[in-house]
Design a protein around this ligand. Structure first.
Ligand code: SF4
Length: 223
């Protein structure tokens, strides 16, 4: 029974992962992935993309950022939330990359975690999307979806959530779980008001506050 439920969840999450992976390049250049992940912190996809596009239209490596004034950097990444703090972190981080890593982004998680502005999620995004290391970055959607479905304990923190999910899915599937849950979370299992009335996982979901009332104009197609 548990296996059936997990297989159903696995199938849907992987389908949504395919949808997202078609929109984004799955593996990117490490420096770009790292800066993109910092810009994405507490920021929506569209605003992250806008800030990253502005920035990478004028820079291509850490030295470019070191040589740029902080105000110019702030203006370029302004579409992203918390741009002042992010600018400071990005500046410091670039100095460390040049000083300690010849301008490259380290691969080891513990080294990534020592960089300014890099927490568990950002480090895991770099591991997965820059270096192809199979892991599951736990962003807000991964956390909410996995807890509502009952895959992870409600009060689990980041490392427990990641480890639990990495035990549930197999090594081949793990690289697509983040993108699958993000896409599913943005389309169906919305943070504030999940669309349970059209959710393909309603029958197996453990969430006890399901939203079963579609708005009058709502499409009932999940994708
Ligand atoms: S039934 Fe509702 S809460 Fe459960 S996964 Fe689907 S949308 Fe999310």
């Amino acid at each position: 029974m548990v296996t059936d439920i997990r297989n159903k969840i696995r199938k849907i999450v992987l389908e949504y992962g395919t949808i997202r992976d078609k929109k984004y390049h799955v593996i990117g250049k490490p420096f770009r992935v790292l800066i993109g992940a910092i810009l994405s912190q507490r920021t929506r996809d569209a605003k992250t993309d806008e800030a990253a596009k502005n920035l990478f239209s004028v820079i291509s490596n850490p030295e470019d950022i070191i040589n740029m004034g902080i105000e110019k950097l702030q203006n370029l990444i302004k579409p992203s939330g918390f741009y002042r703090q992010k600018s400071k972190n990005i500046k410091k981080l670039c100095e460390i990359l040049v000083r300690d890593y010849d301008g490259n982004v380290p691969k080891k998680r513990e080294e990534l975690l020592r960089l300014p502005g890099v927490g568990f999620k950002t480090a895991d995004i770099v591991s997965l999307y820059a270096y192809g290391i199979p892991t599951i970055p736990v962003d807000i959607h991964v956390e909410i979806v996995s807890k509502r479905l009952g895959l992870v304990r409600k009060d689990a923190k980041y490392e427990e959530t990641r480890a639990t999910l990495e035990n549930i899915f197999n090594k081949k599937e793990i690289p697509r779980i983040n993108s699958g849950m993000v896409e599913f979370g943005q389309r169906v299992c919305l943070t504030a008001r999940p669309k349970c009335y059209m959710c393909p996982l309603m029958g197996v979901c453990k969430y006890d506050k399901k939203n079963l009332n579609p708005p009058r104009s709502a499409s009932v197609r999940p994708v």
